[in-house]
Design a protein around this ligand. Sequence first.
Ligand SMILES: O=C(O)/C=C/c1cccc(O)c1
Length: 518
Amino acid sequence: MTVRAVPVVVIGAGPTGLAAATLLGQYGIETLVLDRWESVYPLPRAVHLDDEIYRLLARLGVAEEFAAISRPAHGLRLLDRELRVLAEFRRGADLGRHGHPEANMFDQPQLEELLRANLERHPSVTLRGNVEITAIAQSDGGPVRVRLTDRTTGETGTVTAGYVLGCDGANSLARETIGATMQDLAFTQRWLVVDLATDADLAQWEGVHQVCDPVRAATYMRIGERRHRWEFQLLSGEHADDYRDMTSLHPLVRPWTGDLHAEQLEIVRTAEYTFRAQIADHWRKQRLFLLGDAAHLTPPFIGQGMGAGLRDAANLTWKLAAVLDGRLPEHVLDSYEAERKPHARSMITLAKLVGTAMTAGGDTGSALRRLLAPHLHRLPGLSNRILDSRTPALHRSALVGRGRLGLGLAGRLCPNAPLPDGRRFDDLAAGRYALVTSAAVTPALRSEVHDRGGVLVTAPPGTALHRWLRRGHTAAALVRPDGTVQRTAPDPKALCGLLPHRAPAGVSQGDLCQGEAS
Ligand SMILES: O=C(O)/C=C/c1cccc(O)c1
């Protein structure tokens, strides 16, 4: 097998790997994606993404296609075992802070199909399926060598890569290679996941139903025109095999399917999952990075598993592109783990909290839930994520700076706000650095931002961005290509110098992957 050397190899063509490869393709970085399967893995898995992730899908170029295969959901309800509402957290279907509905249901294989089709628009990216990665090796400072075997012909070969992104899932070889271990965050539960299809109208509230029941907690949500997802906590001694047909499943789903006969319900998939909370102790060694399930695993109770991997991809790829182009120094790549790990950990903690609220405490727990549910919005973390659907700010790093008054807007996403000309912020920023300011702008500042490959976004009074800056007690914000605020300042001129320079002549991605292919 003859294989060439490439600047970046992405291992794994799930949503994380496909997102990473698409973003690298948008920067024109030559990228090889390697996957075990020839085509999309057909079984349903993730079913929900939020408006931050929808915004990222728009950046990938698939917002319209995603709208056609998804349905906005109304939010999250905590219910007691009689399905009485204990608490409700509404999500807007209108275009909020990020310009998209706040909760969206979909079928993962359909999303992967459209991400794969979209990848073909990027000539610098090649996707190669049906290959088994057998070894990954890196010597100090040198390129990474990826050994692979064609699963059909048995032919073997080696790819030499400047950087490798390990998007290779929970049983990651990339993780093993860098000697990382998963830290257990103390949550393990066995659940039955059931996907059914029906032409009948179940006439249920179209959001996520979380049944709090220490005996058998459950989740229900409609995920498509005909498709519905249930999850049931398995009792000790029970297995998915006990629920392979509609006769055994019917008693579980009847609270939602009511008078429907078993014949009106078609089983798409039943599977047993062990929900875990884990995070890798380190996410990088030299030129090899971990992303997605290779770096973190979360219970699904706030629907944030897949989104975490896409956030990883968005965080790392623009930095990698800038390093490969010589616009940023290599050490900024350490900011990937510094920023993403605490964020992933805090989302996992929140998922655990919801899971525990659903399952803990016996009858006393149920009584407590009834008492406490109306006050849940007062819990820190819950109030941000569950109530107003914001995720935490990124921690301080080489690329998230602290201003005089603390972090302020830094580390938060700039809203994808409407602009006076009818476009939105992301249309204008388009994957570049943006300097957003409500202060007066000189032609010299404008041309310096432009010369450095960035875009200047003015925020006149009365606009959403003006209000956002004012709430953040600042007049200027430097927004990174992934939409995160790097730093704020009262004077935009103070931020301009932080924009990376264009690549100096002679420095190119090729310099980082000199090595022979075999
Ligand atoms: O908080 C939300 O809007 C959605 C939560 C969610 C989504 C999917 C699956 C879940 O168990 C929860």
